[in-house]
Design a protein around this ligand. Structure first.
Ligand code: ADP
Ligand code: ZN
Ligand code: ZN
Length: 797
């Protein structure tokens, strides 16, 4: 083999977790990590990422890199490192991780074309002056020539606006559409067309492109006129931008921090520029966490750094965003999947080039190409939506944010009213620094929570979703011209069998996790350990034979409730009515403007609302979360109830909360009613320790699926014993739970089974998986069986 070959490790997407070695042809310029290349893989051509030079030659003949697609790498160094860490930690394909960091438009083969700026900027390095051709596109040769001559890198030249990137999205990529062209002073025109064949009619004001075309302007002339400064393209005010829907919240920059907030800001800002550290801010709902975040972000900006702010779902990033926009104006942008491709590209480019210095967004914003990061904030850090379940990479946004902070050696602040058990445990054990906000500012007090026993206080026997105390409360508010919110069950729940008398849902004796009801065969089973119990015809607790079966549609509940309240101007707010970012925002604004007085919503979309007019919040069923077959069921229920209660009484009127439940005596419901996190935590952490769940162990979930049940059963067993053997041989300490049927044991034509590895040595486990996979593609499973590996799973369904 030719020892002088320049080798390149390239990541390509596929069902494996490694990179492949290619060689670079002699004329290939030096590559930067993350630059995309075209390679032959198997029998097809595919886009891959250059990840570096392999440590050792591969020992077999390599294929060449066919083409370099990007002139620059779109990955700041720390982001690139984060993606590779993610691949490792979450047992994901490295190319999938890198792809996640790019705007969707780049997921096909698109790439920016470079061109010289329209006018020569002062920042143009002298060595490039002879090459400068205003407005001209760069050939591959020219790019190589610049690389050879220029001191600043290509991406620095782009930032300095010596070069410009043209993105293939429509014709004005990444910008707002051009509304028209404004003419310069007519007197100055003759000079421009002296030497031209085309002598346009001078005009005043603004003309659209079509009109100009009619008057004989070609694209070529248009461009020349723009370059010469005779025509100025005027961009329309865009109306479809997410940013425009979120009005900056006024007056927030003038609010004075109160003592507790000042303390939080000081403790964290003392650490700015002083290396990696994780802070956990436990602040009750409405305690003004957002204001503290803004003040911290300001400190980071003051030392010329940038800031990343993660928030869970759509609605929440709305309120946080409004706050940050109120504080920082146009320095803030969003990165969000609900944005149009164009807007997303614009945002991403703006971040890359340093135009935006604060990025707010959900988990995918952890990939924001911010340079010079100084601080990361993760709001509502406990939220399950930070974990990506599908597709790969199945990363956790909060944990990845912590890793990004670690890579950058900067502080990261996690905030929540109900911290995740994992994070609180870390704070208690001293790994994180714990900060607290214990009061609501401006005299607002925590709401009074009342628990209603649904076994006794149902309104109608056959409609088990409204109690008379809640009905009375709502009526009273509507009469007093106040607003109320009723929370419905989350959509799409897991199949449970619930006693219609006492509300009991049977649990697994070994795992203490709720059992799942499988319609076929009428059996109850534990989907962690596979424990199977037979059909039951009587409730083991109260002996009743009346069961509630899953599937009471939320729509019906909504209609019924809407009819029950004569004074109600009802706004339904769920993933159907509020689909899309803009819609949900407009709907909520109407509610805030009091066009409606009763909001029916699923809890998912209404988190983080700050509506001072709301004086009553009702939770129709607090139990639904508790019935989930999930070891985090209590934690999630507690967090959700606390959030929901936190929506009430944010104005001057004290708020009330009514929680309807079949388990009025359960500890979780009681703690939530008292809004007592510590009490909840103390109990929960004990249970986690006893049952060996996180944070005491880490979990890796394997889900196998196939069309043929018998094949699946056999292959899952083979995989399980293969894993056990290898774990034993490698001395890996781990418990294997299962295989068991998934709660949704049959989904989209496929049977599904799962197993869990529970271990303290998760990295050792994923390394073992890699080795196994390299030796035996797809762990020896036939192609008819699919396998998904989920490290630190959140979703147990
Ligand atoms: P959290 O995120 O902790 O639930 P928010 O940040 O939404 O709480 O703050 C709750 C309310 O208190 C908001 O209306 C906010 O503007 C207000 N607020 C926060 N800090 C102050 C302060 N220092 N002075 C006056 N009002 C404040
Ligand atoms: Zn019962
Ligand atoms: Zn079990």
């Amino acid at each position: 083999m030719d020892s002088k070959l320049r080798l390149a490790s390239v990541a390509v997407t596929g069902p494996f977790h490694r990179t492949f070695t290619y060689h670079l042809t002699p004329d290939t310029p030096p590559l930067a990590p993350g630059q995309r290349v075209l390679v032959e893989f198997g029998r097809s051509r595919t886009v891959g990422f250059f990840v570096g030079t392999p440590v050792s030659p591969p020992g077999v003949a390599t294929k060449p890199v066919l083409k370099v697609l990007d002139d620059v790498s779109y990955f700041p160094e720390d982001l690139f490192a984060l993606c590779l860490w993610m691949a490792d930690y979450y047992f994901a394909n490295p190319a999938d991780c890198l792809t996640s960091a790019l705007p969707p438009i780049l997921k096909t083969r698109r790439t920016a074309q470079l061109r010289w700026a329209d006018r020569k900027p002062d920042s143009c390095p002298s060595e490039l002056l002879p090459l400068f051709k205003p407005g001209r596109k760069l050939t591959a040769g020219a790019v190589t020539e610049i690389r050879r001559r220029s001191r600043p890198s290509i991406s620095d030249l782009v930032k300095a606006e010596v070069l410009e990137e043209l993105w293939p999205v429509g014709d004005t990529a990444g910008h707002t559409a051009v509304k028209g062209y404004r003419a310069a002073d007519p007197d100055s025109w003759p000079e421009f067309y002296r030497k031209k064949r085309f002598k346009p009619e001078p005009f005043e004001g603004l003309l659209g492109r079509d009109e100009l075309k009619k008057r004989g302007w070609s694209d070529h002339y248009l461009r020349q006129a723009i370059t010469a400064g005779k025509l100025e393209p005027i961009r329309s005010e865009r109306t479809d931008r997410i940013l425009d829907f979120v009005q900056p919240r006024e007056g927030v920059a003038d609010l004075r921090l109160f003592d507790e907030q000042t303390e939080v800001v000081e403790r964290v800002s003392d650490h700015l520029g002083r290396g990696f550290k994780t802070f956990l801010l436990h602040g009750i709902t409405g305690s003004g966490k957002t204001l503290a975040y803004c003040h911290l972000a300001r400190k980071a900006l003051q030392s010329d750094k940038t800031v990343l702010v993660l928030t869970p779902e759509i609605a929440l990033s709305g309120t946080t965003l409004a706050y940050f926009r109120g504080f920082f104006g146009d320095q803030v942008t969003v990165i969000h999947s609900a944005m149009s491709q164009r807007e997303r590209l614009e945002s991403w480019n703006g971040v890359r080039k340093g135009r935006y210095r604060i990025v707010v967004g959900p988990r995918s914003a952890v990939f924001a190409p911010l340079e010079n990061l100084g601080l990361i904030i993760v709001d509502e850090e406990h939220d399950g939506s930070y974990k990506q379940d599908d597709p790969a990479p199945r990363f956790h946004g909060r944990d990845s944010a912590i890793m990004r902070a670690k890579i950058n050696r900067i502080p990261v602040l996690l905030g929540s009213a109900s911290p995740s058990v994992e994070s609180y445990y870390n704070a208690r054990s001293g790994r994180y620094e714990l900060l607290k906000l214990t009061r609501r500012p401006a005299g607002a007090v925590l709401p009074i929570v009342r628990v209603v026993d649904m076994r006794r206080q149902k309104l109608h026997g056959d409609q088990p979703y409204l109690s008379w105390p809640l009905k009375k409360e709502v009526d009273a508010r509507l009469e007093a011209d106040q607003q109320a919110i009723l929370f419905l069950n989350r959509r799409g729940y897991s199949p449970q069998l619930k006693c219609g008398e006492c509300g009991h849902v049977p649990s697994c004796p070994q795992c203490d996790v709720k059992l799942t009801y499988h319609k076929a065969g009428g059996k109850l089973s534990c989907h962690y350990c596979g424990h199977m119990s037979l059909t039951i015809d009587r409730c083991p607790k109260c002996g009743s034979s009346r069961f509630l079966y899953p599937g009471a549609g939320t729509q019906k509940v909504e209609e019924h409730i809407a009819r029950l309240f004569k004074l109600g101007r009802v706004l339904r707010f769920d993933s159907d009515t509020a689909s899309g970012r803009k819609n949900s925002h407009l709907l909520l604004r109407k509610f805030a403007d009091r066009k409606y007085n009763l909001l029916l919503g699923t809890q998912m979309v209404t988190k983080g609302l700050d509506l001072p007019g709301v004086s009553l919040v009702g939770v129709l069923s607090a139990d639904q979360g508790l019935d989930m077959p999930d070891f985090r069921a209590s934690e999630k229920t507690f967090a959700r109830l606390l959030q929901v209660a936190g929506r009430s009484g944010r104005g001057i009127t004290p708020g009330d909360v009514v929680i309807q439940t079949y388990y009025p005596d359960s500890d979780v419901i009681q703690d939530a009613a008292r809004q007592d996190y510590e009490s909840f935590y103390e109990r929960e952490i004990l249970s986690r320790e006893v049952h060996r769940f996180p944070p005491f162990r880490r979990m890796v979930k394997f889900v196998l699926s196939a069309k043929d049940e018998a094949v699946l059963s056999r292959q899952t067993a083979a995989f399980a014993s293969g894993l056990k053997e290898r774990a034993a041989a490698a001395g890996l300490q781990s418990d294997l739970l299962g295989p068991a049927a998934c709660p949704h044991a049959f989904l989209r034509g496929n049977y599904r089974r799962q197993l869990f590895a529970v271990t303290r040595q998760a990295m050792k486990l994923t390394r073992l998986l890699s080795e196994w996979e390299n030796a035996q593609p797809r762990f020896g499973l036939p192609s008819s069986v699919k396998i998904v590996v989920d490290v630190d799973p959140d979703d147990m369904i």
